[in-house]
Design a protein. Structure first.
Length: 129
């Protein structure tokens, strides 16, 4: 049997439609989150090495290129978070509350509410001590 015809695809096929672009950016965001994890592990290692090593790391992070990298990392983290939160109604089966299932908007709002509460708890722990 002869091979079927395969239509050629360009490498930029995902730029043609916004949902595809957002999907690809979300997939790339995982790589950027891995890069941030490496920076975080380096910070922990520097703190463990002593005060002078920590100070050199702090000086490194104050360079404009590193601050810009953190801005890009923050943007990708927010994109990743928002797209995952938007997928909650599609990925989970919500429990019935008084015989009714909550709408997708209610589920998304509850996830954002839980995120806000968790962020407030972490901020309180960090700021208080």
């Amino acid at each position: 049997m002869p091979n079927p015809y395969r239509r050629p695809h360009s490498n930029t096929w995902w730029l043609r439609r916004l949902p595809y672009t957002i999907f690809m950016l979300r997939e790339w965001s995982a790589s950027f989150m891995a890069l941030y994890l490496i920076l975080l592990v380096a910070l922990v290692a520097r703190v463990n090495d002593g005060e002078s090593a920590y100070q050199s790391y702090v000086e490194f992070t104050q360079k404009p290129i590193v601050i810009g990298l953190h801005g890009v990392l923050l943007a990708f983290a927010l994109l990743h978070m928002v797209t995952w939160f938007q997928a909650v109604p599609k990925a989970t089966r919500p429990p019935r509350i008084r015989g009714q299932r909550p709408s997708g908007r209610v589920m998304i709002a509850s996830v954002y509410g839980l995120w806000a509460v968790a962020s407030a708890v972490v901020a309180a722990i960090v700021l208080v001590g």
